[in-house]
Design a protein around this ligand. Structure first.
Ligand SMILES: Cc1cc2nc3c(=O)[nH]c(=O)nc-3n(C[C@H](O)[C@H](O)[C@H](O)COP(=O)(O)OP(=O)(O)OC[C@H]3O[C@@H](n4cnc5c(N)ncnc54)[C@H](O)[C@@H]3O)c2cc1C
Ligand SMILES: *[C@@H]1O[C@H](CO)[C@@H](O)[C@H](O)[C@H]1NC(C)=O
Ligand SMILES: *[C@@H]1O[C@H](CO)[C@@H](O)[C@H](O)[C@H]1NC(C)=O
Ligand SMILES: *[C@@H]1O[C@H](CO)[C@@H](O)[C@H](O)[C@H]1NC(C)=O
Ligand SMILES: *[C@@H]1O[C@H](CO)[C@@H](O)[C@H](O)[C@H]1NC(C)=O
Ligand SMILES: *[C@@H]1O[C@H](CO)[C@@H](O)[C@H](O)[C@H]1NC(C)=O
Length: 520
């Protein structure tokens, strides 16, 4: 999407909000090592290595959501098999050349999915997809997007739990946990992976499932890019033809009603077929609310659980029966090409309806309170889109997660205390996400400072009110955010143990510095 900009980015040597919690991908390794790595790969995979100046290099190097992600790798390799991925890992190790891995390219953390002066391994040709004869599962290559998966499965009247917008990669989303439309019925996307094929640091290709490499199986369900390169995801499928879904557009003047409806829904909804994503969208300093509504039924046009939203007047609504593939494409219309984007995130938590409303209101108020600072630092004309959204993760979701995946995941949002069963008694988490889209690299640092300030301010206010939770959803996190601390000490230690067991030489912590890292 951003590919025309890479030369400019390289020339300007983009300043970005890079972070202490991610390894520094900028310190250049010796040229001889880089050259050795790329030439070794060129010898082993002669038709799959692309150097600067080639059209494939130019295409792949900028095939990222945000211009801030663009780096200048020494070469790009496109494996066509797990064995080729293994070759890339072995050659990188043998020559001491650092590498990055990119699938859908939507993690907007600079350095997470590309690298200066190293090898960029892209998943573009690992796009095999194949439904099982019983249709209960599907094998999906890491180069596919969620649109690809939904479009393939609809021919079999099936679907999978995954992304809510077309171009998001299967790999990155699933490795971070994965928030999909069917969370209330089926948990996180990662809970619905029944087997992974993984290239380990040794170059060995292994299977991780409930019975083989069970600790790796657990770790991959939210542990990100710390354990190996996944070359196949076996996803559980579910029946699907059409769903009731759309964007219900509300004027910003109805914010109170929206927040009340969202809080009531998050606290009291008992219908697992429903999902909402209220996005406050500020364009040209004017607020509209883009409320994403979803109900997993091909026949129910008026689900009672969404009544409170439909009672708010809309300026437009696209809510109608459509396939999931159609809906994620429709939602992608808000993607702006060739732009700088960043996400940042956090979690507030409430124990009953009143608390949840206060928690959402607090994030809203702090966010709006900080907008003047943003406008002072970045000319409003350079800001394309500023947003905050609220993703409810109630007890219903956590119960579904446990049903789908009894072995658990590392995310740490569990039903740890036996009384937490959702509804009025249980905890309701609101994973909030902030988005800024802007033009011109010279504002990167200013935006980086602003999002850090807003996240600190929301977390501070939430702590003071007893509404704070340390969970930060990896998919929505900015580079400075400590995702693994939010999983809780026990899960973090277990992830570290698993990573040391499968990667004793710490290849995925040092040679592959990008992404959220568990540490040495
Ligand atoms: C517009 C937008 C909408 C989004 N919507 C959703 C949503 O609905 N639900 C949700 O849960 N999240 C959502 N996200 C967050 C998204 O899940 C993350 O950004 C995710 O990391 C994207 O995955 P990717 O494959 O596209 O990214 P990439 O940037 O390619 O990969 C992300 C990380 O995973 C690593 N990685 C990639 N492939 C592999 C592999 N095969 N093996 C090991 N490591 C690998 C990369 O090195 C990188 O560190 C959204 C993000 C954006 C920008
Ligand atoms: C690359 O993958 C192809 C396709 O599976 C295979 O034929 C070839 O042997 C692999 N080469 C290496 C060096 O991994
Ligand atoms: C590899 O991926 C690129 C980019 O999507 C595509 O154009 C090309 O046809 C693919 N090649 C193979 C062998 O799949
Ligand atoms: C896990 O993978 C192994 C090796 O492929 C296989 O023998 C076993 O049946 C799998 N277990 C499950 C529960 O699928
Ligand atoms: C913002 O407002 C200006 C001036 O009214 C207009 O030209 C521009 O198209 C608007 N931008 C968007 C994204 O609506
Ligand atoms: C409503 O949204 C649809 C889809 O984006 C668009 O085609 C239509 O013009 C919109 N209608 C109004 C009144 O804004």
């Amino acid at each position: 999407m951003a590919h025309s900009k890479y030369i400019l980015a390289a020339l300007l040597s983009l300043g970005t909000a890079e972070t202490p919690s991610l390894a520094d991908t900028r310190t250049p390794p010796p040229d001889s090592a880089i050259a050795a790595g790329c030439s070794a790969l060129t010898r082993s995979l002669p038709s799959q290595v692309f150097l600067p100046g080639s059209s494939v290099y130019d295409y792949e190097v900028g095939n990222l959501w945000s211009n801030t992600q663009i780096r200048r790798p020494a070469c790009i390799v496109r494996p066509t098999s797990a064995r080729n991925v293994s070759t890339a890992v072995r050659e990188s190790r043998a020559t001491g050349t650092r590498f990055a891995v990119r699938a859908g390219g939507h993690m907007a953390v600079p350095g997470a999915n590309s690298i200066d002066d190293g090898i960029l391994v892209v998943m573009s040709n690992l796009t095999r997809i194949s439904i099982a004869p019983d249709r209960a599962s599907v094998d999906v290559g890491p180069g596919l997007t969620w649109e690809d998966v939904y479009a393939y499965l609809i021919d079999f009247e099936r679907t999978a739990v995954g992304g809510r917008i077309a171009p998001i990669g299967v790999a990155g989303l699933t490795l971070g946990g994965g928030i999909g439309f069917q969370g209330n019925a089926r948990g996180w996307a990662a809970d619905n992976v029944i087997e992974y094929e993984v290239v380990l640091a040794s170059g060995k290709v292994v299977v991780a499932n409930e019975t083989s490499n069970a600790d790796l199986f657990w770790a991959l369900k939210g542990g990100g890019a710390n354990f190996g390169i996944v070359t196949n995801f076996k996803l559980r499928t579910a029946p699907s033809t059409k769903v009731l879904a759309g964007i219900y557009t509300i004027d910003g003047s109805h914010m109170d009603a929206l927040i009340t409806a969202a809080a009531d829904y998050a606290s009291y909804n008992t219908d697992p077929l429903s999902h909402i994503l209220p996005l406050v969208e500020i364009v040209n300093q004017t607020t509209t609310i883009g409320l994403v509504l979803f109900y997993d039924s091909a026949t129910e046009a008026n689900p009672a659980c969404l009544d409170q939203f439909f009672a708010i007047p809309a300026t437009n609504s696209t809510v109608a029966f459509k396939t999931l593939a159609e809906f994620v494409v429709e939602r992608n219309s808000f993607s702006i090409p060739d732009i700088n984007d960043v996400l940042f995130a956090g979690t507030v938590v409430g124990g009953n309806g009143g608390d949840v409303r206060a928690a959402i209101q607090l994030t809203h108020d702090v966010f709006y309170g900080k907008l003047p600072d943003l406008y002072a630092a970045v000319p409003p004309a350079a800001l394309e889109y500023v947003s905050i959204g609220w993703q409810p993760v109630p007890g219903l979701w956590l119960e579904a997660s446990r049903r789908a995946n009894p072995g658990g995941n590392p995310l740490g949002l569990g039903l740890s205390s036996s009384s937490a069963v959702g509804g009025e008694e249980g905890k309701v988490y609101i994973a909030w996400v902030g988005i800024v889209m802007w033009k011109e690299a010279r504002y990167d640092d200013a935006v980086g400072r602003w999002i850090r300030d807003v996240a600190d301010a929301i977390n501070g206010a939430a702590r003071e009110s007893g509404l704070y939770d340390p969970f930060v959803y990896m998919g929505d996190a900015a580079g400075f955010q400590d995702v693994f601390a939010g999983y809780g000490a026990k899960n973090r230690e277990r992830l570290l143990r698993v990573s040391r067991e499968y990667d004793p030489d710490r290849v995925f912590q040092t040679l592959m510095p990008g992404g959220f890292k568990i540490g040495l």
